[in-house]
Design a protein around this ligand. Structure first.
Ligand SMILES: Cc1ncc(COP(=O)(O)O)c(C=O)c1O
Length: 445
């Protein structure tokens, strides 16, 4: 099925005139051919099924396509907390491009130092040493290597967890679909059920201080799975008891996505018992929606191997002035525009609206609607409904995502800069798309 733009989308304003509009149909076919020949035939098929549009621009909550349409981006894989091309971030990045985008790596680099301080002052107490990298998976790799440098070589992850697809990170991304073609992965890796502290206790009792635990405060790619209250605090306590190393992966949940600076803050445990990781992973929103960048933020003790030898774990482009300019501007903008609180308020409004839209189908086509802040999941009874709904939403000029480790869950990660009108547009499109899909699948309740 191809997502044909519906009349509902005609109500949305069109793309700005400077958007590339040259021969949209021909351009789409040409780009799909280039994909087939040089990038990925599978991706070419997906792009064609979605309608063959090519994206050529973005601004705020909108993504523009070459045919002059614009799409409300409530997906973006969790990256666009600040929306697309936030003016503060693009201005900082432009300044950096015009002065010093990539460093010699001989002298000290001021933008990296300032970005590290900006990030470290917003992370929980004790997490103050920052290693910038270029992607979430690289942040996971850096965290795993820090653990190994301290002798924590047995990896414990959680089922449904997602930590990236490089070989080390993939060992913790416990999804057979992504792991099997690349075995053997890291030896001594186990995955325990998420949210289950007894299973974690058993694993840690067996592994003791050899263990390195990696866990998300809410599983994003795992289908927006929220653990029982106090889960992270208990995992943290177990790690301390057994001398294990704890990595909390907030690549998707951090920087305000859940309506607080860190997902850890919402764990439900009272302050003194809060989770106290050795390393925290940050990514996605750190880019400001402009330049790819991620980071591992560790305690002084955990970070010591990297601190002592700055060449122990390096990458040519890591901590580039360009990426750090984006990270610094992103973190400062989240604060100056009060976007963390905004994510909480907007998230509550959106979750309530999505629940209302799904209510007629709950118990039938829709299994559950759940979420925290601006990370919301709609779980369906069957996988087909997710694909159909995504296409119907594209047809109504709205973009959303599925979950990589939970194919029956449609995932929303809208920007915190969205306003009530955007939420209203989204909910209208969702209500209509649900009705069409339920009718087509014969799942009206
Ligand atoms: C929690 C989490 N960790 C790690 C990653 C991997 O990040 P990247 O895709 O930038 O490598 C993701 C990506 O979705 C993620 O959600």
């Amino acid at each position: 099925m191809t997502a044909a733009p519906s009349t509902a989308s005609a109500a949305l304003p069109s793309a700005p005139p400077d958007c590339d509009r040259t021969d949209p149909a021909g351009e789409g076919a040409h780009i799909a051919r280039l994909y087939r020949e040089h990038l990925s035939s599978g991706r070419a098929v997906l792009g064609t099924v979605i309608g063959g549009m090519v994206e050529t621009g973005s601004e705020g909550v909108w993504v523009f396509t070459g045919d002059g349409r614009r799409y409300l981006d409530f997906g973006g894989y969790g990256v666009f907390l600040l929306g697309h091309r936030h003016p503060s971030v693009t201005a900082a990045v432009h300044r950096q491009v015009d002065t010093h985008p990539l460093a010699s790596r001989v002298f000290l680099e001021p933008v990296a130092a300032r970005a590290a301080r900006a990030l470290a002052t917003r992370t929980p107490a004790g997490l103050d040493h920052v290693h910038f990298v270029n992607s979430g998976a690289e942040a996971t790799e850096a965290g795993l290597k820090l653990a190994r440098a301290h002798g924590h070589t047995a990896l414990v992850s959680t089922l449904g967890g997602y930590h990236g697809k490089t070989l080390g990170a993939l060992s913790a991304t416990a999804n057979p679909k992504y792991q099997e073609p690349f075995r053997p992965l890291l030896p001594d890796s186990t995955a325990v059920p998420y949210g289950d502290t007894d299973a974690m206790a058993t694993a840690l009792a067996a592994l003791g201080s050899r263990a390195c635990v990696i866990v998300e405060p809410v599983q994003g790619e795992g289908g927006v799975r929220v653990p029982p209250p106090g889960y992270l605090a208990e995992v943290s306590r177990l790690c301390r008891t057994h001398g294990a190393f704890l990595i909390v992966d907030e690549i998707q949940t951090g920087l305000g996505r859940l309506g607080s600076w860190w997902g850890m803050d919402l764990d439900g445990a009272p302050r003194p018992q809060h989770a106290a990781p050795d390393a925290l992973l940050v990514g996605k929103g750190l880019s400001g929606g402009v330049v790819p960048v991620a980071a591992v933020v560790a305690t002084a003790a955990a970070y010591r191997p990297f601190s002592r030898d700055p060449y122990l774990h390096t990458s040519t482009f890591a901590a580039s002035p360009l990426a750090c300019a984006a990270a610094l501007a992103a973190v400062e903008t989240l604060e100056t525009e009060d976007l963390v609180n905004r994510a909480a308020v907007l998230g509550d409004r959106l979750l309530a609206g999505v629940r209302t839209a799904c209510a007629p189908y709950t118990g039938g086509m829709v299994r559950e609607v759940r979420g925290r802040g601006l990370l919301i999941g709609l779980e369906f009874a069957e996988e087909q409904a997710v694909g159909e709904l995504m296409l119907e939403l594209v047809g109504r000029s709205v973009l959303v995502n599925h979950s990589l480790n939970a194919t029956r869950v449609l995932r929303l990660t809208p920007p915190a800069i969205a306003d009530e009108e955007h939420v209203g547009l989204f909910l209208a499109a969702l209500t209509e798309a649900l009705r069409v899909v339920a009718t087509r699948l014969g799942r009206t309740v």
